[in-house]
Design a protein around this ligand. Structure first.
Ligand code: DC
Length: 212
C-alpha cells in the first residue's frame, strides 16, 4: 500500500510522513530529497549543466543513484544535511520544473515503491507518481504559519523565509509540468492549528477506517 502525503513547503509533510511511517511500520520515501539531490549534483558542477538545460539535466538526473529515506544517500554519500542548504532549496525548485528531471525521478520513485508498504511525501505523489495510492492526503497550512515552522526548523528570519516560500510556492503551483495541486480524491487536511501528532492520529484514523 502507498500513502501519499502531498502539499506545499512547511505544511508539515516531512514530520508527519516520517512519524506516520514509523507508527505503521511502513517504509518512508522523501521525493523532495530526490529533487534536492539532483540540484546538489548540478551545483557541484561535475559535469557542468545549466539549470535551464532540460535535456542535460535529465541525463544527469537519470544517472544518479539516490536513496531518499530517513537518511539521504547520493551515490552512496550521505547528503542528508548538505541538501538542506538554502542554495540547494532554490536550485531544487528550478530543477523540479524540468520535465526530463521529473520523468527520471518519477521512474525512480515508482521502482522504489513497486513492492511493500510506503509513506511517500512530495508534491505529485497522489496525482502522478502513485495515482492508485490507497490513501492520498493533501496537507495545507496558512502561509505565515508554514514560514514560522520552516524558520524554527532551519533557523533564519520568518519574514525572509516567507518571501522565499512565496516565490517557491508560485513556481511549484504554476509550472507547466506536474504543478502542485491536490489529487481529486485526496483528503485535504489543514494543519495550521494541529501539532504533528494530531495530524498523524487523524491519518491513522483514515487508514483504519479504510480497512487497510
Ligand atoms: O519538499 P522539498 O522542499 O524537499 O522539495 C524540494 C523541491 O522539489 C521543491 O521546490 C518542490 C520540489 N518537489 C517536486 O516538485 N515534486 C515532488 N514530488 C517533491 C518536491
Amino acid at each position: 500500500m502507498v500513502i501519499a502525503i502531498d502539499g506545499p513547503a512547511g505544511a508539515g509533510k516531512s514530520t508527519v510522513a516520517r512519524a506516520l511511517a514509523r507508527r505503521l511500520g511502513f517504509s518512508y520515501l522523501d521525493s523532495g530529497a530526490m529533487y534536492r539531490c539532483v540540484a546538489l549534483a548540478v551545483l557541484r558542477g561535475d559535469p557542468a549543466v545549466a539549470l535551464d538545460d532540460d535535456q542535460a539535466l535529465g541525463r544527469l538526473a537519470g544517472g544518479l543513484v539516490i536513496e531518499a529515506g530517513e537518511r539521504v544517500l547520493l551515490g552512496g554519500e550521505d547528503v542528508t544535511e548538505a541538501i538542506r542548504a538554502p542554495e540547494v532549496s532554490e536550485a531544487a525548485s528550478r530543477v523540479a520544473a524540468s520535465p526530463s528531471v521529473r520523468e527520471a525521478m518519477v521512474a525512480m520513485q515508482r521502482a522504489d515503491m513497486a513492492d511493500g508498504n510506503w509513506v511517500a511525501e512530495g508534491r505529485d505523489i497522489g496525482t502522478v507518481v502513485a495515482p492508485d495510492a490507497g490513501l492520498k492526503v493533501y496537507l495545507t497550512a496558512d502561509a505565515g504559519e508554514r514560514a514560522r515552522r520552516r524558520a524554527a526548523e532551519l533557523g533564519g528570519d520568518a519574514g525572509v523565509v516567507l518571501a522565499e516560500q512565496t516565490l517557491r510556492d508560485a513556481r511549484d503551483t504554476s509550472r507547466e509540468h506536474s504543478p502542485l495541486r491536490p489529487a481529486d480524491d485526496a483528503v485535504q487536511l489543514d494543519t495550521t492549528e494541529l501539532d504533528a501528532e494530531q495530524v498523524v492520529d487523524r491519518i491513522v484514523g483514515m487508514v483504519d477506517s479504510r480497512g487497510s
